[in-house]
Design a protein. Structure first.
Length: 225
């Protein structure tokens, strides 16, 4: 089985430990599997460009895993939690209104046409993969943004329009590429911070990376059984 592990930064993959990390085949009790890694860059544009370029020029993997950290909108999903987005949605494109709110380029009424035909911004994790993931790992709704939310107004707008559980900057891009090419795709995210105004000092990236590392190998083993 060939698996492509996609992360935004070296730091996210640098904390992950698996046999044969440098791209060699990795042997475990379930058999032989191949792991490749792609550092796609931060943000939805960099991630979709990097991944689509990779998939256009390489043999397609059997599975894409998007691993990384995320912010939580949900107080029931605290820092250090590891979650699985069953869906991930692009927050944009949108138009900022005079009062500071924003209007999405999507259907806002039954009579209004999509600006982008057929695009509702939401992409899904592979259902077969989800069946192999322990029920103890919380399933969530992901939201992909171009910048980490830090103002009360923005956070309220996002919660009102999308009802998200977590915030990422690449998740929907990776899901979009997998869905487009028909490749099973799944996300594994560990919470580094609560999405709240002015709380950067309360972020705990080391704890999030440690939780991510501790969970990933167990999930990899479950995918190849």
């Amino acid at each position: 089985m060939s698996i492509l592990l996609v992360a935004a930064t070296d730091a996210e993959l640098g904390a992950l430990k698996w046999p044969g990390k440098e791209g060699c085949g990795s042997e475990n009790e379930a058999g032989l599997f191949s792991l490749q890694q792609l550092i796609c860059g931060v943000g939805p544009v960099a991630s979709i460009f990097s991944l689509m370029k990779y998939l256009a020029s390489s043999d397609h993997p059997d599975l894409i895993i998007n691993a990384g950290i995320a912010g939580s909108f949900n107080k029931k999903i605290p820092i250090g939690s590891v979650v699985i987005p069953i869906t991930d949605t692009f927050a944009g494109p949108s138009i900022e209104m005079q009062d500071g709110s924003f209007r999405l380029f999507r259907k806002s009424s039954k009579s209004e046409q999509d600006v982008i035909s057929g695009f509702d911004g939401t992409f899904t994790a592979d259902k077969g993969c989800l069946k192999n993931i322990p029920a103890s790992i919380t399933r969530v709704r992901g939201l992909t943004v171009e910048r980490a939310s830090g103002s009360e107004r923005t956070i309220k707008e996002l919660v009102m329009k999308f009802s998200p559980d977590i915030e990422t900057m690449e998740g929907a891009s990776v899901y979009m590429a997998g869905n487009y090419y028909g490749i099973p795709v799944i996300g594994i995210r560990s919470i580094s911070n609560m999405v709240a105004p002015g709380n950067r000092d309360e972020w705990d990236i080391p704890a999030a990376l440690n939780s991510l590392n501790n969970t990933l190998m167990n999930l990899l083993n479950s995918f190849i059984k």
